[in-house]
Design a protein around this ligand. Structure first.
Ligand code: F0G
Length: 433
């Protein structure tokens, strides 16, 4: 299966070989995507093959990304692949969350069960494989934390040198700790995510470092498998809605591409709607989606949210995301800091838990059902993008009534759960119980 890189801009569509080290179209500057000319699959045979691989012991089949390798056929062989058993993330029903969100039922696809605790691992195993195939020695990314944690792990496991650039003071300690422990050279830059991305692109070009941000089309290929695995787990029953948080919009692009390709290849016959949820203080895609003209995204100069994973004002993948959300007849919603914090606590009370950005999904669902956009009896899958332990500081502050939104407003601990300090005294504790 010969793969190609194709310019995403409909008026350009210039094609490049898959081994060129490019991230944007050299002709027009637009985003690139991997495509597979004359792509056909025997759908029923491939579905059975994917199911059978679940009980195989080879690392490639144990991976919840490479098990689905027929849907991401950009490599000629798998010599360059390093797997940490990514993917294989569960579908978890959350009854309390459904009720809170105004739904009869709600299922979470929990990407926090990945080896480094976020959905980035699905894409990173592919990005790092491509880096090795190209013979690159050093890889780099700017990150709000999860990409860097994931890249550090995969690059180190693959024998590459990981270089990480993060906004100083603006990522959670859990994520920074991962980057350090996985052995990445970590630069805390005094700038925001969008500014650092521009800087890293220049450095990557000048020093021949392979860039592993989500503009990298091979990362997008890997993230497609989140959708494929979810549909496989549901025996290919397509939900009405897939809800996800939006930051740099790589994941929205990946989900849309997966759904488009699965429909084109005959795996599914209808499309679910995509609902992308942004934090109100970092919602340029929401504004674009609701604007009368959608030809240009107005960046948010100073994005603000405690959900630091999605604190991005100038998302690079907006043209792809806009096309994908529109094609599914989906929606874009925004939610406040209070709404994110409360939704997160409700997901926690289900025994599931997630990091703040992920909880934007449930907060968004609650708004969409209240507005009548999403029906109470709809079949909804919300994607939890990161693990609860990524940001424990936020959790402690919420439950003890100390959490403040970036504008200084106190967040009310609606579902607060204070730890109780007690003396070492059986009677006194028994009395409290
Ligand atoms: N949720 C979490 C937990 C994330 O870490 C991110 C992105 C998103 C949602 C948004 O995904 O960018 O594809 O729209 N984190 C990136 C990072 C930006 O650097 O780790 P997106």
């Amino acid at each position: 299966m010969p793969a190609e890189l194709v310019c995403f801009e409909p008026s350009c569509r210039t094609r490049f070989t898959v081994t060129e080290v490019i991230y944007n179209c050299p002709k027009c500057g637009s985003l690139l995507e991997a495509t597979y000319p004359d792509w056909k699959l025997d759908v029923e045979a491939v579905k059975s093959l994917w199911r059978a691989r679940r009980i195989c012991n080879s690392p490639l089949d144990q991976s919840g990304v490479w098990r689905y390798r027929e849907i991401i056929p950009f490599l000629e062989n798998f010599d360059a692949v390093v797997s940490l058993r990514e993917g294989n993330t569960p579908l978890l029903a959350g009854a309390k969350a459904a009720q809170y969100g105004g739904l009869d039922r709600l299922v979470f696809k929990h990407q926090g069960f990945n080896p480094t605790g976020s959905f980035k691992d699905n894409g990173m195993t592919c990005g790092v494989a491509q880096a090795r195939r190209l013979g690159m020695r050093r890889v780099a990314c700017v990150s709000t934390g999860n990409t860097s944690a994931s890249m550090a792990a995969y690059a180190s496991a693959a024998g590459l040198e990981p270089l990480i650039f993060i906004p100083h003071g603006n990522i959670s300690y859990g994520k920074l700790a991962q980057a350090l422990e996985y052995g990445a050279r970590t630069f805390q830059v005094e700038a925001n995510f969008d500014q650092i991305l521009a800087l890293v692109r220049v450095l990557a070009e000048r020093l021949g470092i392979y860039l592993l941000n989500s503009i990298n089309p091979f990362r997008i290929e890997g993230q497609k498998t989140i959708i494929v695995e979810m549909l496989d787990q549901r025996d290919w029953t397509v939900p009405d809605w897939i809800v996800l948080p939006g930051g740099n919009l790589g994941n929205t692009s990946a989900f849309g591409k997966a759904l488009r390709e699965l429909k084109q290849l005959g795996f599914i016959s209808k499309m679910p709607k995509l609902a992308v949820i942004q934090a109100a203080g970092a919602a340029p895609f929401y504004e674009l989606f609701h604007a009368s003209r959608r030809d240009r995204l107005d960046p948010v100069g100073h994005p603000e949210t405690l959900a630091t994973a999605i604190k991005i004002g100038d998302p690079v993948s907006w043209p792809k995301a806009l096309k994908e959300v529109s094609e599914t007849h989906g929606v874009v919603e925004k939610v406040s800091e209070q709404e994110i914090a409360d939704a997160k606590a409700v997901i926690g009370k289900c025994g599931i838990g997630c990091e703040p950005a992920s909880a934007a999904t449930l907060a968004g669902i609650r708004k969409l059902t209240a507005a009548g956009t999403m029906r109470r009896d709809a079949d909804v899958v919300a994607v939890l993008t990161g693990n609860l332990l990524k940001d424990p500081d936020y959790i402690y502050r919420y439950h003890t009534g100390q959490l403040e939104s970036p504008d200084g407003a106190r967040i009310h601990p609606t579902f607060g759960n204070q730890p109780i300090v007690v003396p070492n005294d059986t009677e006194k504790i028994a009395a409290l119980l």
